[in-house]
Ligand binder design. Structure first.
Ligand SMILES: Cc1cc2nc3c(=O)[nH]c(=O)nc-3n(C[C@H](O)[C@H](O)[C@H](O)COP(=O)(O)OP(=O)(O)OC[C@H]3O[C@@H](n4cnc5c(N)ncnc54)[C@H](O)[C@@H]3O)c2cc1C
Length: 461
């Protein structure tokens, strides 16, 4: 006999966790199925072995309790403008209220009080400078958890949920979503175990998005293709960005390239942080974080070029992986290049890197030539963006600036969902980055709350 629950949640990332936190008020019969490990056991062996990747399945960096951002520095964006597409499902006003609601929950579980970006006068000054540089600043307030504290907050949430009777099945991979007579009825795990529930919330993150799309296809669910963002991680002395990071912490700028009018943006600014490797199903890409308790001399951020593909192409994720795979092929992993070398049309070498002012925080990156990896329009757009940024933060376009490649944001294909984030199969909901509706901690968490509230209402009925 399959064990029965009120609600089964696939994925122990923020979307799944917040769905459970919301549902707790109404029911305790909740199961969270997570294919990765506990926070304490999420150890990447590659770091100890000093290799690029040990190709673990599942990858402990992005899978396990807390999801993909567990080891991130947890920047909670308190703005409706960024972090996902939820404003296409609920009104801006409701989204705004939800941000406050979810932010309060993060605070309750140990997030720090301080918020960046509250000084309106200084923000307006940056906005003015940005306009003159052909850039648009998206003002956004940020609560910064910090790498160490993100883990503490996520652990506190797990302890609370378990204390309240929520079952968390770690190391458990969901293979199949069970639908009978057109209605969601349960899940089947690897190994054959079946669990039943009238409500299934699927939040498998970007890492599990291909599985979700395949399941969706099997179940006759429609998807829309999201854009793919490809670019580099920029690393420079923290002093260069200090005039911006001291005011807004994460300055989000948008630029449209002169040559192709492609949308280029800065993303995930990490003051005094470090560059890290991210494993996307065996493809090595870059990312960055700022630690809550220790600082480096550098600031890093991504410069990403968005590309929306038109018919007949429907595989932006494959395209992104292909480009990142090229960097891996040439560099054996992540590649790093001095901007000066790129501008001079030559590769970086260990000797040339040593002559630079910036000491890489990711020493295992291979010095190389990003012009052999990035498509022409992407490379041009990135270089134009760096010139524009140099006008508001002199030093960005310096020959010493380091560029790590490739940073790719794989936004999952978007499932067709109702305003409650329910698929056309009654009882089957999809949340978070895996469903393609969010792209950050805050909106992923909110998507869980939206579904949690809806199911609570139905259970009440
Ligand atoms: C290095 C890094 C830094 C980041 N920094 C920030 C930041 O500072 N601010 C910000 O807003 N966002 C950040 N993000 C993005 C943020 O982490 C994601 O937007 C967020 O985690 C998405 O939440 P989610 O619950 O949708 O998915 P995830 O967090 O990816 O969680 C999904 C979970 O589902 C599990 N899963 C997948 N498939 C299955 C299956 N079939 N069966 C069982 N379990 C499954 C996975 O193991 C995973 O744990 C960062 C991401 C990374 C990788």
């Amino acid at each position: 006999m399959a064990k029965k629950y009120d609600v089964i949640i696939i994925g122990g990332g923020p979307a799944g966790i917040f769905a459970a936190l919301e549902l707790l008020e109404r029911t305790g019969k909740i199961l969270i199925v997570e294919k990765g490990k506990s926070l304490a056991d999420r150890v990447c062996p590659a770091k100890k072995q000093h290799i690029a990747c040990a190709k673990c399945q599942p990858c402990s960096i992005v899978c396990g309790w807390g999801g993909a951002g567990a080891f991130s520095d947890g920047k909670l964006t308190l703005s409706t403008e960024v972090g996902g597409f939820l404003d296409e499902y609920i009104s801006k006003d409701r989204l705004h209220k939800m941000i406050r609601y979810v932010d309060d929950l993060y605070l309750r579980f140990g997030a720090p009080e301080e918020v960046y970006g509250d000084d309106e006068e200084k923000v307006a000054e940056i906005e003015k400078k940005a306009v003159l540089a052909d850039l648009r600043l998206i003002p956004s307030r940020i609560r910064h958890l910090g790498s160490g504290r993100t883990l503490e907050v996520l652990q506190a949430m797990k302890d609370y949920l378990e204390e309240k009777g929520v079952e968390v099945a770690l190391n458990s991979l969901c293979e199949e979503l069970l639908v009978e007579n057109g209605v969601a009825v349960g899940v089947r795990l690897k190994g054959g175990a079946e669990y039943r529930a009238p409500y299934i919330i699927v939040g498998p993150g970007r890492e599990g998005s291909e599985w979700l799309v395949a399941e969706g296809r099997r179940l006759g669910l429609k998807t829309t293709v999201n854009p793919v963002d490809i670019g580099v991680r920029v690393e420079l002395p923290a002093e260069v960005m200090e005039p911006l990071t001291s005011v807004v912490f994460e300055s989000k700028f948008i630029y449209y390239s002169r040559s192709f009018e492609d949308r280029v943006r800065t993303f995930c600014m990490c003051p005094y942080g470090e560059v890290v490797v991210e494993n996307n199903d065996g493809v090595m890409t870059v990312n960055g974080h700022s630690h809550a308790h220790k600082k480096t001399a550098n600031t890093n951020f991504a410069v990403l070029v968005s590309k929306n593909f038109t018919e007949p192409f429907k595989e932006p994720i494959t395209y992104g992986k292909y480009i990142a795979g090229l960097a891996n092929l040439l560099g054996g992993g992540v590649m790093v290049q001095r901007l000066g070398d790129l501008q001079m049309g030559r590769r970086s070498t260990p000797e040339r890197l040593k002559k630079g002012l910036v000491i890489p925080t990711l020493p295992e990156a291979t010095p190389g030539d990003l012009s052999l990896v990035l498509p022409y329009r992407h490379l041009l757009a990135i270089m134009e963006m760096l010139q524009a940024l140099d006008m508001i933060a002199p030093g960005v376009n310096s020959r010493n600036t380091l560029l790590y490649g490739v940073e790719v944001k794989f936004y999952s294909s978007r499932l067709h969902l109702s305003t409650h984030l329910e698929t056309k199969i009654p009882g089957l909901f999809a949340v978070g980055d895996g469903a393609g509706v969010t792209r950050g901690l805050m909106q992923a968490s909110i998507s869980g709350v939206i579904v949690g509230k809806e199911i609570k209402k139905r259970l009440g009925e």
